[in-house]
Every structure is written in C-alpha cells, then in structure tokens.
Write a protein that binds this ligand. Structure first.
Ligand SMILES: O=C(O)c1cc(=O)[nH]c(=O)n1[C@@H]1O[C@H](COP(=O)(O)O)[C@@H](O)[C@H]1O
Length: 283
C-alpha cells in the first residue's frame, strides 16, 4: 500500500506535471481513426500508446471502464493490464467506473477497484451518489483506509442531468439546496474532515453554469475537483479560473476526445500542447 494518501499523491502530481488529466476512452470511431480494429487486443495497444504519450508529461490518466467492458472478459483483461502499466509509469489512475449502489454492494465495488495488489487496483474511482450519498460511506472509508481516492458525481457535464441535479432538496440538513449543491457539500465535508485529507473529491462539469445550480465555488474549501467537459464538450480551459474560482486550486482538467483525436502519431504532441495550455490557464 502506498505510504501517502491519494490527496498527497495528487498534490505531487499537480506540482510535477500540472493539472491536465488525459482520459482514455477507446471509442470505436477513435480506434478506426488510429487504424486499429475494434478488438480487445487493439484496446490494449491504443491505451498503451496513450500511456506512453502521457508518462513523464502529465500526472493523471482516466480510463473509461465502459469501453473495456464492451469487450467482456478480454476487454477487462486489457484494462487490468493497462492500469498496471500506467501505475508502473507513475501515472495516477482514476478509473472512471461511476459505480453507485446500496452501501453493501458499493463495498464490493470499492474492494474490486481500490484494494492494493488486486487486479483492477487504481488510485481512485468515480462513483455516483444518486442512491443517496450515505450509501457511499463504506466506499469512502475503504478508500481512505487504503490511501485511495474517490470522486463523487455532483454536477455532471451532460445537459440531461439538469432536470435531476437542479431539483431542490425538501428536507434534512440540505433543505433548499439543489441536489448538486447538496452532493458537493457532502463531498466537501468528507474531503476536509477525513484522514488523509483531500482524498475525496467532486465531479463538476466544466460546461455548467455552477451559479445557476446554486453553487458558488468560492464558498467551498479547495477540495479536489474532477472537471470533464473541456475541449470536445465545448468548455474552454482559458475560462477554468473564472468557472471554478476557489475550486480551481485542486482542479483536474479532464480531456479525452480533444486529445485523442489528434491521432496515433500526433497524440504525444497533443498531450504536450494541451498540458502547456492548461498550465498557462491555471498559472
Ligand atoms: O466522470 C467523468 O469523467 C465524466 C463526468 C461528467 O460529468 N461528464 C463526462 O463527460 N465524464 C466523462 O468524461 C469523458 C468524456 O470526455 P471528453 O471526450 O473530453 O468529452 C467520458 O468518459 C465521460 O464519461
């Protein structure tokens, strides 16, 4: 097990490489553009190519589990392999599995993804709180006990999310807040009150107007924030500081298709260029 908590490893990654996280989503269209067939072997080759481009240049990668699951057991084997290779290359791996279930089932997911030495061992995972954020308590405890991280969806980048996430809570400690703001408050409490600190973070889409969801980023402590939506989904990294205010301090700028669509030969160059743009936007 790592000696350092996920929050500390994240700070080291920010200090060495800045705030860019490269997503690995082997969409069939990208496999095709990169001249691979749509197979588990290709997933592995594609992903290794991205890992080579990232190693020593960025600190964090985020494989999207769904694209490996598409290929069943062989796809998951490819995922196990590439996670291991990325971690050996000192990349922090956030496995984007977006698990969300009742507490006892979540515990099994946490064990699958966050147990040192197990085949899918990652540094952090994404989880969904929409069965109630209390159902995530065991996952958070398990992660913290193993020096791992958890990113909880609060306000997601997709337009369909608004109908649910902008609804107002009608009872309890979060009464009157939007669902998204309530989730963010729970995450902020976990991030700051638990040990090791800052190992629990929130997912906040960069495509959103956070104020319209009742979220003023300056009202929150600088917890880790995984922010997808830059690049392909239209958000501009130049706006990161304005969009996230105080939350820009520990912002993970996540980009996938905008980097990977550079192609197999140019992906290294695209990673370097984007990392420099992110560094200058968050300087
Ligand atoms: O958790 C995520 O990473 C995520 C949350 C969210 O709100 N929106 C979102 O697009 N994502 C993921 O980010 C990736 C898309 O990144 P782009 O290709 O850069 O748009 C996909 O793997 C999504 O599942």
């Amino acid at each position: 097990m790592s000696e350092l908590g996920f929050g500390d490893r994240l700070q080291t990654a920010f200090g060495q490489f800045g705030h860019l996280c490269v997503g690995i989503d082997p969409h069939p269209f990208l496999l095709n553009e990169w001249e691979y067939d749509d197979s588990a072997v290709s997933l592995r080759e594609f992903s290794l190519r991205v890992i080579d481009a990232c190693a020593g240049q960025v600190g964090i990668i985020k494989p999207q589990v769904a694209f490996y699951e598409r290929h069943g057991a062989r796809g998951m084997e490819a995922l196990e392999y590439i996670i291991r290779r990325a971690r050996e290359a000192d990349l922090l791996v956030i496995s984007d599995c977006k698990r969300g279930d009742i507490g006892s089932t979540m515990e099994a997911y946490a064990q699958a993804w966050l147990t040192p030495g197990w085949s899918l061992e990652s540094d952090a995972i994404t989880v969904s709180p929409y069965l109630g954020s209390g159902a995530l308590a065991q996952t958070v405890n398990y992660a913290l006990g193993n020096n791992k991280g958890v990113f909880v969806l609060a306000a997601t980048s997709n337009p369909e999310a608004a109908v649910l996430q902008s609804a107002r809570v009608t009872s309890g400690i979060h009464e009157g807040k939007t669902v998204a703001a309530a989730q963010l408050s729970d995450v902020a409490r976990w991030a700051t009150d638990s040990t090791p600190a800052n190992s629990v973070g929130a997912v906040l889409g960069a495509t959103l107007d956070l104020q319209s969801l009742g979220i003023n980023p300056d009202d929150y402590p600088a917890l880790p924030v995984l922010a997808p939506g830059f690049g392909f989904q239209g958000a501009r990294v130049e706006d990161a500081q304005r969009l996230f205010g105080n939350l820009a301090t520990n912002l993970i700028v996540s980009e996938t298709r905008s980097v990977l669509s550079a192609g197999r030969e140019q992906v290294g160059e695209a990673v370097l260029r984007r990392a420099a743009e992110v560094a200058s936007a968050l300087a």
